[in-house]
Design a protein around this ligand. Structure first.
Ligand code: NAP
Length: 250
């Protein structure tokens, strides 16, 4: 995949899909800024990439802080002179409560990370992309951003928002050499899925029963699609969502 020498930020890259994505970009020759709100996981990912001969640094950022996001992009540009790709992956999971039982705190927290965080990252990256004459955004949405997702109100709202923002922003900048696409994973092995199954162990068999392939996705399988969307192999593609879900949406 054609991402060699691209400068790429991946948010929430200390674990799960973000970690796999950072490692995958580096494998194809990109320079990766591994960003997470906690530095320990991100630093481990950087060490793995460097051990395998790749290029990466870590810049911590909590995507709910506009200043932190500004600093992330500014530091990246200071270090490498430009930013080619931002993957807005940082996200937190659902609380599995019915809407009338859900809390205002949960709503605010999930929207702050999954929705406002993606807006902040796009807003700041776009300023840089316009300055340098182009760039590429890949947002990590979810199957929950395309289909009904009961007992999941804040997560559902945030992921539908990510899909909507992806399409709207793609149209705004289509003539500016800036592409915006989204990946919609189905149930994928990660800390987020483990947390969901730990909260309700019976969910494991329930979830697998609705996946036609009868298995969860692997983070590396999602990473493949992210890197492809960010690559020069998809130059005519913008405003699209790619679903990787073992057939669940069918
Ligand atoms: P994960 O393993 O929990 O990874 C999410 C990462 O984001 C964690 O390192 C987390 O850090 C970080 N993060 C959380 N809040 C943040 C913040 N405010 N600022 C910066 N980083 C933050 O989960 P994952 O499954 O890989 O999730 C990645 C993305 O895929 C999310 O957007 C999620 O909604 C989406 N997704 C996942 C699935 C699935 O089944 N796994 C399905 C559809 C979509 P902490 O560990 O400190 O919280």
């Amino acid at each position: 995949m054609e991402v060699k020498n691209k400068i790429v930020i991946v948010t929430g890259a200390g674990s799960g899909i973000g970690k796999a994505t950072a490692i995958h970009f580096a494998k194809f020759g990109a320079t990766v800024v591994v960003s997470d709100r906690q530095e320990a996981g991100a630093k481990e990912v950087v060490a793995t990439i460097i051990k395998d001969g790749g290029k990466a640094i870590s810049i911590p950022a909590d995507v709910t802080s506009f200043e932190a996001v500004e600093n992330l992009v500014a530091q990246t540009v200071k270090e490498f002179g430009r930013l080619d790709v931002i993957v807005n992956n940082a996200g937190i999971g659902p609380n599995l409560l019915r809407t009338h039982q859900s809390t205002l705190k949960d709503w605010d927290k999930v929207i702050a990370v999954n929705q406002t965080g993606v807006f902040y990252c796009m807003k700041v990256a776009l300023v840089q992309f316009l300055k340098q004459g182009g760039g590429n955004i890949v947002n990590i949405a979810s199957l929950a951003g395309l289909k009904a997702s009961p007992n999941n109100i804040s997560y559902s709202a945030s992921k539908f928002a990510v899909v909507g923002m992806t399409k709207s922003v793609a149209m705004e900048y289509a003539t500016k050499n800036i592409r915006v696409n989204a990946v919609c994973p189905g149930y994928t092995e990660s800390a987020l899925l483990t947390q969901l199954i730990n909260a309700k162990p019976e969910m494991d068999s329930v979830l697998k029963s609705v996946i036609p392939m009868r298995r969860y996705g692997k983070a590396a399988e999602i990473a493949d699609a992210v890197v492809w969307l960010a690559s020069d192999n998809t130059k005519f593609m913008t405003g699209q969502t790619i679903t990787l879900d073992g057939g669940t949406s069918l």
